[in-house]
Design a protein around this ligand. Sequence first.
Ligand code: NAP
Ligand code: ZN
Ligand code: ZN
Length: 346
Amino acid sequence: MRTVTAYATPGPEGPFAKTTIERRDLEPGDVLIKIAFAGICHSDIHTGRGEWGATHYPLVPGHEIAGVVEEVGAGVTKYAVGDRVGVGCLVDSCRECENCKAGEEQYCLKGSTGTYGSVDKYGRHTDGGYSEYIVVDQDFVVRVPEGLGLDVAAPLLCAGITVYSPLRHWNCGPGKRVAVVGMGGLGHMAVKIAVAMGAEVTVLSQSLSKEADGKRLGAHHYFATSDRATFKQLRGTLDLIINTVSAPLPLDSYLGMLRLDGAMVNVGAPPEPQSVRAFSLMGGRKSLAGSAIGGIRETQEMLDFCAQHGLGAEIEVIDAAQIAEAWDRVVASDVRYRFVIDTATF
Ligand code: NAP
Ligand code: ZN
Ligand code: ZN
């Protein structure tokens, strides 16, 4: 075992504290990664504050991990010491079920192992990226392409793949009108990626306060959802809506903006249930769907796509001491557009 520094929350109320955790000795297929940057995802907050159900504490969150390989196990073939790599939300899965075999490990029928807040095959609670080092099986490690800084790449490991996957699955591209609801961590990456895929992109934000940023990221249109006129103006116009909002929304109003055969895909994960009227879907043969992160192969594809198009996250790099404050700012929609913890400040 290797003792490493980490930041953990002792319970739903915090406060974050510096601590030490144990990382396992390298198994033959394992890679030891020195973490350089860890993004702060809203899911860290939902989990850390116990909003999604029981959480095992102390919790070391963090599933947007970018760093450098420091050591490899005897059987590692994919990575070498010095490689720039990333780890997202998954560190293991059964690898045998039909979904794993299809490269959709996030939908493993036996339940994939989360980077934090899970119990791994060794029977240990997993600890995430708010730490100095992590040990991960090479099959759940991806390569950060040259040209993408580790700091701007870190958020791609969750925020990037979570929007890339449904954009691909629902055929985002030229001729498609795509709206992104919520201009936060996921939302701003959805804008960048959908624009790079060639779609006509609309941002639906609570207000117009971030309009200049949205346009700078490539959005063609920007509307405030606090203005009821938005829903009227966009009625029946959109092919695809990617909803990244962390709180419940009046889904019927949003579905009204879809055109025939349009789809609204929820990637935001509010703890509360949401309701929808049958008629909102029937009128216009519409779909309401969900999507969770992406598989390992698709995560690599997303990183390569982002590198090719020069797409990193818009980030605010913070010290370890600022984690709690950053969480509060995320909850207040005061994030431009992803906080990234610099582990050199541990
Ligand atoms: P975030 O940075 O906080 O972004 C969410 C955005 O939603 C905010 O910036 C805000 O955008 C908007 N919003 C917040 N509260 C709202 C409200 N009450 N009404 C309307 N809009 C509101 O969070 P994130 O890290 O992008 O994560 C977003 C959600 O996705 C979270 O629930 C997270 O757990 C979930 N998630 C899911 C997956 C998955 O696999 N499906 C992966 C990662 C995260 P505006 O200010 O522009 O309105
Ligand atoms: Zn996440
Ligand atoms: Zn499986």
